[in-house]
Design a protein around this ligand. Structure first.
Ligand code: HEC
Ligand SMILES: [Cu+2]
Length: 314
């Protein structure tokens, strides 16, 4: 028999911690049931036993029963002490993430969740983690108070503007897990959801190598996603307007005038160089040092993806 009798009424147990939470919960629940039946049951029994029939009889009065009073004080005291230490122990292990945790930044804003991995991969509304590895989320909010709720891991933590909060879990069940926002944050609050996918180690590796997409995604689509997720779009438009940097519209094969009087035709090598070492060739009319280097932040496949994406921007 499953020791978790309430399991059918609970979300899936996605981690060992979820099981320990449920165990304590069941303990308190069944304790409540025992006391409820004991108290309400004896009440009902006494109602019938001592119900008034005929003329009032003389019933002896009691004021104290020392043994009884000690019993009903000491037993509950022991029970609440057990609950306290059990809960405290569980709480402490829940607050302190192991040192080898995968650290993921979580940004909440009305009304979406954004995730950032140590290698710079960013995703919106979904994130992947490997099975059996501890994961630590370092969370902050761009606007109001949100709350990150991952029911299958029995984890919930407020996400605040101007302060970091953290939460950790070690998933044991592969597949999809739902994330909710559980702090009312305005119009789109009930839509503010994200999806966690717990992958096998191999599948996770493949996913992260692909910049947060599955490996069948065509390069130009990956490029389009990187253009936004790596913030190229804050300085480069795709509709011809000039922002901080030159537009990407029609960039492929364009002849560019470089500060210092030379020219260059935009090809694979030039794009790669511009991304890895932006100051090597500065486009005339633009400022040196504005574009950050993406060295170490974009993998080879990602640079190729951006190149393929540029080719589509005619
Ligand atoms: C903070 C603003 C900024 C961001 C973010 C930025 N760039 Fe740039 N980029 C510039 C500026 C300014 C120039 C022009 C000066 C220069 O060549 O360094 C430029 C130039 C370029 C060029 C050469 C363009 C041409 O017309 O010859 C390429 C290619 C390029 N960026 C790619 C990217 C990619 C890809 C990303 C995102 C991964 C990106 N940039 C992110 C500001 C930015
Ligand atoms: Cu919210």
């Amino acid at each position: 028999m499953n020791m978790f009798l309430l399991a059918p009424f609970m979300p899936l147990q996605g981690s060992e911690y979820a099981k320990s939470v449920d165990l304590l919960y069941e303990f308190i629940f069944w304790l409540g049931v025992v006391f409820f039946i004991g108290i309400v049951g004896s009440m009902a029994y006494f109602v019938f036993k001592y119900k008034r029939v005929g003329e009032p009889r003389n019933i002896p009065q009691f004021s104290h029963n020392f043994a009884l009073e000690v019993t009903w004080s000491v037993i509950p005291l022991i029970i609440v002490i057990v609950i306290f230490f059990w809960g405290f122990d569980s709480y402490m292990s829940n607050r302190i993430a192991p040192n080898d945790s995968l650290e993921i930044k979580v940004y909440a804003k009305k009304w979406q969740w954004e995730f950032e991995y140590p290698d710079g991969t960013r995703t919106l509304g979904e994130f992947h983690v490997p099975k059996d590895k501890p994961v630590k989320l370092i969370m902050s909010s761009d606007d109001v108070i949100h709350s990150f709720f991952l029911p299958t891991m029995r984890q919930k933590m407020d996400v605040l503007p101007g302060r970091y909060t953290t939460l950790w879990f070690q998933p044991t069940v592969e597949g999809k897990h739902q994330v909710f926002c559980t702090e009312y944050c305005g119009d789109g609050h009930s839509e503010m959801m994200a999806e966690l996918t717990v992958d096998s180690q191999d599948k996770y590796k493949e996913w992260i190598e692909n910049g947060g997409l599955d490996k069948d995604t065509p390069l130009d689509q990956l490029g389009a996603r990187l253009y936004k997720s790596r913030n190229c779009n804050t300085c480069h438009s795709i509709d011809g307007t000039r922002i901080q940097g030159p537009t990407f519209k029609g960039i492929w094969g364009r002849t560019e005038r470089i500060t210092g009087g030379t020219t260059v035709v935009v090809d694979e090598n030039y794009v790669r160089e511009s991304v890895m070492d932006p100051n090597a060739k500065v486009v005339e009319g633009y400022e040196r040092g504005v574009m950050p280097t993406y060295k170490g932040l974009l993998k080879d496949r990602e640079v190729n993806a951006i190149i393929e994406y540029m080719k589509t921007l005619k």
